[in-house]
Design a protein around this ligand. Sequence first.
Ligand code: HEC
Length: 155
Amino acid sequence: MSRRMWVLTAAALVPVVAVGCASMRKMKPEEAIEARQKLMKEQGEAWKQIQEKTKAGDVAAVVPEAEKLVQTSKEIPRLFPEGSLDPKKSAAKPEIWAKWSDFESAAKNLQTQSEKLRDTAKTGNAAATQQVVQTFGRQACGTCHTPFRVPPKQS
Ligand code: HEC
């Protein structure tokens, strides 16, 4: 390969490597806040779908939404790097970092509960699914929101 080709090849590879590192490094606070609020909105949407589908008796449609919660729950701790606190932009409480292992357990709890919901919905048993859904909001989402999130204003 000519010297010129080498230079061009190297130049083409640099951005690839840079992007690879960007996703590995610790996120800036504002990036983390934006990313986790986006993730939480997706969870909110999935949860809304789960409730609607359950009510409609369409438990098969609950399965992919519950799976979405399983997957997104694994992302939660990574999106709360230490110091990503901003009372103006974020509802995250400082308790998250003071009680980090509790916070991690709450994320893990969401994963376990979502797996349970997904597996129950998979059986096609509408009554059993309904029963899991009934307590899910409080047990899976609320156990983290209550200690770790500033409650949203009632509108
Ligand atoms: C491990 C903790 C944890 C769990 C579990 C959790 N959340 Fe959250 N959630 C938070 C925190 C902390 C915030 C505030 C984030 C911020 O503003 O920086 C939040 C914010 C939100 C928001 C507001 C997003 C916005 O800014 O518009 C919604 C909606 C939401 N969560 C839905 C859910 C739902 C639905 C579940 C359960 C399926 C859930 N969350 C489970 C910690 C959690």
